[in-house]
Design a protein around this ligand. Structure first.
Ligand code: F6R
Length: 254
């Protein structure tokens, strides 16, 4: 695992975007696995800036998002589909047909999960998977206890996760279930980029990087993957004892 500690959220976003951009420049037809949530918003803004100012070309890129809420249509502003168009896809030159998210209103949902997993395989697998992490250590929506062998499936969200995401649901009706790539689906990616910022993520980052590999802390499974880059800000890195003396590699000037 490669660990990069940056000073703050702005650097987290810039360093994350640089890694995605480097992947896209090296392999224009890259298959990217993408995350939603608060963490990658700044990274997507930086990628949009790179597209507009530097001509970063997404015309051959293929994307698969990690997850979507069950019961939300893509037109729902709280859906991850809507989020992705709002923060990234509408602002870059990625063709509509290259973009994939699980369909939250598909019936039967099990068929959607199977087809989604097959579509990733058909596309040649994910070259770079971007991940955030829940404060309970979840990756995708794979909550503690999810078997490492799991592929795309329906997950029952924990109360903690629903509370953490309640800010996106003004009516308070956070869905109870989500479709999520499984742990095995995530581990199949050739490279993984895990981003985490803020003190709420410190305990999960410490356990994921330095604790035992256990289904109780899903992100700990990343220790078993051969090519993982973790980019954290100093607040999220606060619990890391092995990296305790490291200085942030990217700091604001002055
Ligand atoms: C989102 C996802 C989740 C989030 C995690 C952190 O697609 O799969 O694992 O990455 O819940 O969310 P934020 O970034 O909002 O703290």
């Amino acid at each position: 695992m490669k660990l990069t500690i940056v000073e703050d959220y702005q650097w987290l976003s810039v360093v994350g975007a640089q890694m995605v951009a480097e992947q896209v420049r090296r392999q224009p037809g890259s298959v990217l696995g993408l995350a939603t949530g608060g963490t990658p918003v700044g990274m997507y803004a930086e990628l949009v800036r790179m597209y507009k100012e530097q001509g970063l070309d997404f015309s051959q890129v293929i994307t698969f998002n990690l997850d979507e809420y069950v019961g939300l249509a893509s037109s729902d502003p709280a859906s991850y589909n809507w989020y992705m168009w709002h923060h990234l896809f509408s602002h870059i030159n990625i063709p509509l047909e290259n973009v994939h998210l699980p369909n939250g209103i598909a019936v039967p949902v099990q068929d959607e999960c199977r087809c989604y997993e097959q579509a990733i395989t058909r596309a040649g697998g994910i070259d770079l998977q971007v991940l955030g992490i829940g404060s309970n250590g979840h990756i995708g929506f794979n909550e503690p206890g999810t078997p490492f062998e799991s592929e795309t499936q329906v997950i029952c969200l924990t109360e903690e996760t629903r509370r953490a995401n309640a800010r996106y649901f003004p009516d308070g009706n956070v869905p109870t279930h989500a479709i999520s790539m499984g742990i095995k689906s995530i581990l199949k990616a050739k490279r993984i980029l895990l981003l985490a910022g803020g003190p709420d993520k410190a305990a999960a980052i410490e356990q994921a990087l330095e604790g035992p590999v256990t289904v109780e802390l899903p992100a700990s499974v990343l220790q078993l993957h051969p090519d993982v880059t973790v980019v954290v800000d100093t607040a999220a890195a606060a619990g890391l004892t092995k990296a305790g003396s490291e200085k942030p590699t990217h700091q604001a000037a002055g």
